[in-house]
Design a protein around this ligand. Structure first.
Ligand code: SF4
Length: 250
């Protein structure tokens, strides 16, 4: 009896031999509007949007790109969104947090309560990132991220295609999963991908303005994210790994 491949395994088998643009083109053809491209417009995500735009040129299918607009992003991030719209003629949906939830948080805890405790920080990420992500992925069967194994220990087991840890029947595709920082920067340069100006100022990983600082030479690339917290789990929850989720449920 032949065992049926899971969706993740079947998509991975198809994508593995393909180049990066062809991977995105296949996903667009296979999933159409049920595919979403997530981008924070850091270097990885800028490259992903570039690949999606090139795949659009090859297939004629317009990708559904989105950014989580937390309301606390660097002004330069919005400038880069404008630059991508101009360069690639691609629509980019910005998902904002629910106004009432933000108002309640800032009224009861304060606008910068995330510095006070990990619980307060996670509550802010829940309101400004995780809930809007749920809306951005509504109806999706697959989404694409810029996750790379090299980014952190917590991301070392990221696969090309994996099940979404929190959404049954949704798969997550990480086409840059095995790219190094050198591969990424070389590709961006060779392909003239617009690059976030803060990267040259010491921000290899870019998130919300109050929760990101520049790193010093030799520091871990994600050391600038939630820099006042212990470095054990520098994630906001939108990239919960299937392994971490299983551990949590055990
Ligand atoms: S990164 Fe900081 S400002 Fe952004 S959602 Fe999380 S806690 Fe809030």
């Amino acid at each position: 009896m032949t065992r049926e491949l899971s969706l993740a395994s079947s998509v991975e088998a198809t994508l593995r031999p393909l180049g990066p643009v062809d991977r995105l083109a296949h996903l667009l053809q296979r999933f159409g509007s049920d595919l979403r491209i997530a981008s924070s417009f850091g270097l990885e995500d800028a490259v992903v949007v570039h690949l999606a735009a090139r795949a659009r040129d090859a297939t004629g299918i317009v990708p559904r790109v989105f950014m989580l607009d937390t309301g606390r992003l660097h002004p330069e991030t919005y400038d880069l969104v404008e630059q991508f719209r101009d360069t690639y003629a691609i629509p980019i949906a910005l998902y904002a947090p629910a106004a009432e939830a933000v108002e309640t948080y800032t009224l009861t805890r304060g606008p910068n309560a995330f510095y006070r405790s990990k619980e307060a920080r996670k509550a802010c990420c829940e309101i400004r990132k995780i809930e809007p992500l749920g809306r951005a992925l509504s109806g999706a069967k697959a989404w694409v991220t810029g996750l790379r194994r090299e980014q952190s220990d917590g991301r070392a087991s990221v696969s090309l295609v994996e099940d979404d840890a929190t959404r049954p029947s949704v798969i997550k595709v990480n086409p840059l999963y095995d790219w190094t920082w050198d591969t990424l920067t070389r590709f961006a340069k060779d392909e003239n991908v617009p690059v976030h100006p803060l990267i040259a100022k010491g921000y290899p990983s870019i998130g919300c303005a109050p929760c990101t600082r520049a790193i010093a030479p030799g520091e871990h690339p994600r050391a600038g994210r939630w820099y006042w917290e212990e470095p054990d789990h520098k994630e906001c929850g939108i990239h919960e790994s299937p392994r971490a989720k299983k551990k949590e449920l055990a």
